[in-house]
Design a protein around this ligand. Sequence first.
Ligand code: AMP
Length: 196
Amino acid sequence: MINIVLFGPPGSGKGTQAQNLIETFNLKQISTGDLFRFNIKNNTDLGQLAKSYIDDGQLVPDQVTIDMLISEVQKPTTAAGFIFDGFPRTAHQTLALEQIVKTELNAEIDLCLSLIVEDEILVERLLKRGETSGRTDDSNEEVIRNRIKEYYSKTAEVAELYKTQGKYVEINGVGEIAEIAEALFQEVRKIKTAQD
Ligand code: AMP
C-alpha cells in the first residue's frame, strides 16, 4: 500500500496531478475541498457549516474536517493506496492523519509531494479557473490572497513535520503538466521500489 500527501498552495495543480497519479498507480484520491463542495451543493449540515469559512478563504475547523476524512477513509476500496489532496493543512491534521492511517489502514504516510509555484502565478491561475469553475472562492482576488495567506500561516508547518520525518519532496509546479507528472511519478516509483 502507498499513501501520499499531495501538498501545495491553492492553484499549484494538486487536483490535476492527483488525477495523473490515480490512474498510474491505482490510488484513491481524497480531496477535502471536493468533499466540502459536494456537501455545500447538497446543502447538508456539514456543507452549511463549511460554506462561510470557504467563502472567506479560511480553513474549516480541524475537527469537522478530520471527522469527514475519517468517514471517507473507512469506505471500502480496491485501490492500492490513497492520495490525500488538500489534507492535512495544519499540524493538528497532520498528526491526526498519521493516527487515522495507522488505525484504519494499518499503514503510514509514505511521502509528501509538495508542488512549488510562486504566488503571482497562483493568483493568475486561480482567477482564470474562476472564470469557468463556478467556484466562488476562485473569482475574488481578495479571497484568493486570503487562501494563500492561510496556506503560509497554517499549512506551511505541515511541510516542516514531513521534513523532520524525511518524507518531504519538493517538485517544481510550473511547466508542462506531463513534465510535472513525470517528476511526481519518479518519486512514487522510488517508494514502490523500496517497498518491493
Ligand atoms: P481546496 O479545494 O483544497 O482549495 O479547498 C477549498 C477550501 O476548502 C479551502 O480554502 C478551505 O476553506 C476548505 N478546506 C479544504 N481542505 C481543508 C482542510 N484540510 N482543512 C480546513 N479547510 C479545508
